[in-house]
Design a binder for this molecule. Sequence first.
Ligand SMILES: Nc1ncnc2c1ncn2[C@@H]1O[C@H](COP(=O)(O)OP(=O)(O)OP(=O)(O)O)[C@@H](O)[C@H]1O
Length: 526
Amino acid sequence: MASLLHPTPTVTTILKHRTSTICFFCPLKPTNVSFLTNTNRVNTNTTKCNAFFDNNVTSGLLEVGGDHIPSFLRSGLLQFQELSDMQRWEFLLFGGLIWIYLTARPGVLIGAIDAYLFAPLQLGFDNLSGRRNLKTGDFLVGDKIGEGSFGVVYSGVLISKNVVDVEEDKRGRSKATRLEPKSKDKVILKKVKIGIQGAEEFGEFEEWFNYRLSRAAPETCADFLGSFVADKTNSQFTKGGKWLVWKFEGDRTLADYMKERNFPSNLESVMFGRVLQGVDSSRRNALIIKQIMRQIITSLKKIHDTGIVHRDIKPANLVVTKQGQIKLIDFGAATDLRIGKNYVPDRTLLDPDYCPPELYVLPEETPSPPPAPIAAFFSPILWQLNSPDLFDTYSAGIVLLQMAIPTLRSPAALKNFNLEIKTCGYDLKKWSESGRGWDLATKLISERGPVRRGRLSAASALRHPYFLLGGDQAAAVLSKLSLSRKIIVEGILYLKEGTFFLPYRFIFFTRQQTQTLARALGGYRA
Ligand SMILES: Nc1ncnc2c1ncn2[C@@H]1O[C@H](COP(=O)(O)OP(=O)(O)OP(=O)(O)O)[C@@H](O)[C@H]1O
């Protein structure tokens, strides 16, 4: 049954013809039609919808085929019809605004539906299907592949009778070395550390985020299989220890690919299924990077739509699947700002190399979240005011830069870059111009042009802003000064431009030294 607002004349109609919903304007040919005005029901036999207008029905509810409209809906619609045009517009406007608010990011309405309907349904379904009844004996733990502050990550296999023959060695330990497991049975197991402060809470959060995303945006992250608590102690398990389990999504992360010299070409056939033909290599590289970036940003958009900010976006947390999908992993630092999950105002969980300058996902003065329903109700306002999602997009920007600039791929180079970009006030354009001399390089490396010019001479190159903003010169001059002069100069460098006459007057720099320092100031100030 559907309600349709009738444009002219002003009639609100509900039409139902047996089982199918129909439109007032369609060339319906019902028989045995009854329609209900505000006051009475009129039965008629007609062959066309439009015939109702001929019967002077300009307002009322229409029932076709003898079906009855539920009384609450009928009374609601009748009340709506009794409103003046102005009141109807007001009603619609108010309803529209409420709808916009409830559906605006991070989605109060869909979040409530998820929490009160989908989550319990998932729990019930998983319990019935046995998905939530994972046990210690279901897994064989293999090699350790990573370790964070709160967990240790292992590869492993889900024991399935058809796939792996489990044998016991002389000491009674399980062994599964004789049969290769099928890739679909490979899993990743994360053991939550025991006795480390915050580890247990971290495990709970990571589990919660994985379940939430498995409902809201499953394609963005690794397939979460569930968790279990070890029920015995042996060489692999400690009784009472919590384990989280994911499907094995791929044996390398973006960080692993980026470490190789031939990145990004090493991802070409993974991303595109084949080697791109007829495209020159630099363009091919650009296409691969663009594809990776598109996937990262698309996944971020999806998780942000649910109110989740990952807070640890970096190449090591992006698994590349065999099908060329980039999947987000490691949601231990994530926060759901729809309900304030894993949000502690003054706590920042971050990798300093990928973290934005603001350090916090919300301003530090943001209070601790209230109970979930209240937090959820106010979350669109919080989101609009603070745009917490931009925390992740900064990290994604760093990933893009590392992919595009090979010299930024090593951890040391990235640290250096972070210092430089801080000095440039996080102005990447300034960084590329002053620090890297990009503009100068483009003017030095170019064709001569028709009159054998078109490239900078050494003299003009020295006048280029790259050299004028010479932090190197400031450092060189400073290194030759006595300590007392150094302190004064440091102090002056700290002040704004226009105070340079001071060293000239009082500490007898040569004019040239003063000018050099003045020029250097822009580049030196740390
Ligand atoms: N679903 C998966 N499929 C394949 N590999 C995975 C999967 N999940 C994790 N890994 C691998 O395990 C490594 C560690 O995982 P994860 O980052 O979640 O653990 P962690 O303990 O938080 O480590 P860290 O804090 O160092 O990031 C990843 O870098 C990746 O190589």
